[in-house]
Design a protein around this ligand. Structure first.
Ligand code: KMH
Ligand code: ZN
Length: 276
């Protein structure tokens, strides 16, 4: 591994499924709010969005109609790589999660194992993982491999062996979920060491771990994911008021570390996105 000076992709995850307006009153919920937030994040340097949809009352939904509306509104405002979550909300049915792909994102998350997720169980059976991977491959949607622990990286190797994931794989190491790998520098290096194949990678650091982990990722050649899905604070005791604030800080860090921020087209090339 060497210090990287390659362009860095900043991914914004503006909403997620778990965060509420009670926790951060600035959480974007409606398609218009999400699209506005993505547009301002794009103007600060975000080149990829990871979308979760909500009903207007804030409850999560995986309705492809709502997801398509969010993507259309984003495309009217700016060019970013459109990513969507098939993890959706803990407890959503397999059918609902597979139907997310009807919205035709460029990238979709593929959660690589079941686990405790806070006080709930996040169910990702081998059959669901394989069905999602096969459908993404058939539709030319780039899977972003959400790995919450070392064992899930072994699953990635198995999926590659089955021919369900095109190489090189694209990883997102999720660190700091209660029930998954702890967010520490040692564990990030362990995740990198245990990758079954080399490939581009990002880190989702939960809560206060977001800032140091994206900084480490940037120095080590990875990409930077920020946003309210993973972290609602700007600093200890101070809520972030926009996702763009977090993106702008990531950009400043990247530039100080000598990595230019990737444009959306550069992000497509770097991440291996082929369908738009
Ligand atoms: N909401 C979590 C249960 C993903 O986007 O695929 C899953 C999640 C990961 O957010
Ligand atoms: Zn997500």
């Amino acid at each position: 591994m060497t210090w990287s000076t390659d362009p860095v992709v900043i991914i914004v995850a503006p909403t997620g499924a778990e965060v509420t307006r009670e926790q951060n009153p600035h959480l974007p919920i409606t398609p218009e709010e999400i699209a506005d937030e993505v547009a301002s994040s794009a103007s600060e340097g975000a080149s990829v969005v990871h979308i979760h949809a909500r009903h207007s009352d804030g409850r999560p939904t995986a309705d492809p109609g709502v997801l398509r509306r969010i993507a259309d509104l984003i495309r009217e405002r700016c060019d970013v790589v459109i990513g969507m979550s098939t993890g959706a909300e803990v407890g959503m049915s397999q059918e609902e999660r597979i139907k997310v792909l009807d919205a035709r994102p460029e990238i979709a998350s593929l959660n690589c194992g079941s686990m405790n997720f806070g006080h709930e169980i996040f169910d990702n059976s081998p059959a669901l993982i394989e069905a999602l991977a096969a459908r993404m491959q058939a539709d030319g949607i780039r899977p972003e491999l959400e790995t919450y622990d070392l064992g899930m990286l072994a699953t990635v190797g198995r999926l590659i062996g089955l021919g369900l994931i095109d190489e090189p794989p694209l990883y997102n190491f999720v660190m700091g979920v209660q029930g998954g790998v702890a967010a520490s520098p040692e564990n990030l290096l362990a995740m990198l060491r245990e990758r079954p194949r080399l490939g581009q990678w990002t880190v989702s650091g939960i809560g206060r771990h977001q800032l140091p982990l994206v900084t480490l990722a940037c120095a080590l050649g990875g990409h930077m994911r920020v946003g309210f899905e993973d972290n609602i604070y700007y600093r200890k005791g101070e809520l972030a008021t926009t996702n763009a604030q977090l993106v702008a800080r990531a950009r400043r860090i990247a530039e100080e570390l000598g990595r230019p921020v990737a444009t959306p087209d550069q992000a497509r090339e770097i991440l291996g996105v082929t369908h738009g």
